[in-house]
Design a protein around this ligand. Sequence first.
Ligand SMILES: C[S@@+](CC[C@H](N)C(=O)[O-])C[C@H]1O[C@@H](n2cnc3c(N)ncnc32)[C@H](O)[C@@H]1O
Length: 273
Amino acid sequence: MADADDDDDRGGQANIDDDNALPPYTPTPPSTSVQARLAAGGAPSRAAALSALDALYECLPLSKLKQLSHAAMDRLEAEGASGVLHLGYGEVADAALLKIIGVASTALDGVGRPLLAMLDVGSGAGRPCVLAALATPRMQRVVGVETVASLASLSVLVNDAYREHYRPHLACAPEASAEGPDVQFVHGDAIDGEQRDYSPFDLVVCNATLFPKELAQRVYDAAAATMSPGAVLAVLSHAPSGTSLAAFTTIAQLRLRMSWGHADVHVVQRTSR
Ligand SMILES: C[S@@+](CC[C@H](N)C(=O)[O-])C[C@H]1O[C@@H](n2cnc3c(N)ncnc32)[C@H](O)[C@@H]1O
């Protein structure tokens, strides 16, 4: 997978190369108290992770990210495209993502598999991926794939700040992977395009709330075709149906508060083939 700022590796006909001007990105570095709590690991680091996340996203409020996504949708519609609502923006609430990670970790433990790698299908500006890294220092790899270029580019800027200012402290936490979790953002199509490979991941998350039913089902189809047995998939607002149903066992149905209201989260585990 290529980083989102690597133009040569962008493929996939569904990639949206919008030319939205990016808002200025000037993150606040961590205070010494946040640094110490991140490095301590365990429970104290959870609150520090949320403080760190707020600092990294302080200058990227939801309203600005929605503007970018709406501008991309307007532009596509002006070019004659229809059915672009799935590009609409909304964020999985922080507490909801932490709950999903907790449920997934328990299910993965049940099959003797640690949660080391997570994918966000449609990662927007990357907030859930960065939170997963900050709050789960044992994680080794977190990847987000986003089709709208301006959102993907913003997530790369956030990732630069995460790598420089925050990751080194996570590496000190007792439960951390050697260098702290590696986060990577890719500009691409994670459902029908070149990034449709979920096989390296223990947990795949997709905020499909604005997706039409058929697109959400294609996420399940991609997961059924590529995820390894025991891996966990969490999809917002759409349950599995059709041919992919047989590929999963439902492990939880959660009703969680999000930035726009409550959403049902369908958490399923890939059965053995
Ligand atoms: C509701 S937003 C969720 C953003 C992020 N996951 C979060 O919860 O904060 C859904 C995102 O999926 C993206 N998207 C839609 N179809 C996609 C595809 N085929 N591949 C990658 N991203 C896609 C949209 O552009 C949008 O940014």
